[in-house]
Ligand binder design. Sequence first.
Ligand code: SF4
Ligand code: SF4
Length: 382
Amino acid sequence: MDIVKEHREKCTYCGQCLEVCPRYEDLKLIENLCKYLEGNSDIDSGSLLRCLTCGLCTCACPEGLGIKPLISPARQKWVNENGLTDRQTMVDPDAENNIFAKIAEMDEIPVYKEGPGSVVYFPGCAGAYINTSMAKAAVALLEKAGVDYTVLSGIEYCCGAVSAGAGDQDPIRRNGQRNIEEIRRRGAKILITACPGCFKAFKDIYPRMFGKLDFQIMQVSQYLELLLMEGKLSPEAVLNHRVFYHDPCHLTRGMGVYREARNVLEKIQGTELANKTPETSACCGFGGGVRVNYPSESLAVASDRFRAAEKWGCDIIITNCGGCMQNLIEAGKNEKIRVLDLTEYLSLACGVKIEREDEKMLELVNRAYRLCISGYGEFDTS
Ligand code: SF4
Ligand code: SF4
């Protein structure tokens, strides 16, 4: 059913979606979005840009609606009518202001094993250019486990999911089929993605656009769980920590994957997982373009995750997504609670050293934002 029609028929204006939403307060937004999508009124761009696309509203809605399903087509309509801004093109792999290309101009980017392999690791743009320690840790674990792997890394293989979320479908159309062919050419049986966005692209969007894929798609947490079950990785080190698992929105609510990372953590000696289910999970503040449009507000949302981890009595936050990692590291600069990616934490448990250069990473990415986006930070109200 058409999403506006569905809202008109089912929404009771109970407000439960807004009770959980970290970004909006006014119930009139639902009506405004419906009218805009029906072509009966204009809408201010702030109403569209503030959404984190976290999906909390849809989970809370008794009718399974929420605000996000209206925001996505409204963003698409806005782009169709107004064109793309540099805030949207900065994630287009072919755009002049692409942020990852800018980072590659400023820093040396890690190079990985290429060529054939029955398992292809796909670090995504965030893992290849920003959160490089997350990708290095994943590759080190594949080496340790003796997997016949290869890596498909680089801006030219961008999955296009972030651009699509920003209302630009072109990168996914341009790169999707080529990515599939590159993976087939390597003889892969399994594709492992680091980023929940790439996972959604390959698992959900590509098959709908390009037909059924002939290799299996796994998010890294799923593959690490498999390696542990098969006894190919042995986390022998004792890590005495009470950990808080931060569920990436696009993995947990978006793709229904939340158990595997917890299973991995529960296999590490000395480690106590505090939040065993995703029921109280919330957004890190990075998604939906909010990090680039409202930097201070985005980081304030991330700070709330440290307060949640504190309440659970944890000394480490573990996450499983490049965007979450970046925001949590930046918001946590002065926090006592440490932030680690799941691959990094398992690496430590398996006796693999990890390399982290948080200050350098933050300096680079913030410099790139200022270079790629005109008026960076202008919408911020904090
Ligand atoms: S929770 Fe659902 S039914 Fe209630 S106001 Fe929000 S969208 Fe409408
Ligand atoms: S997706 Fe998240 S930020 Fe967007 S409206 Fe829903 S709860 Fe609010």
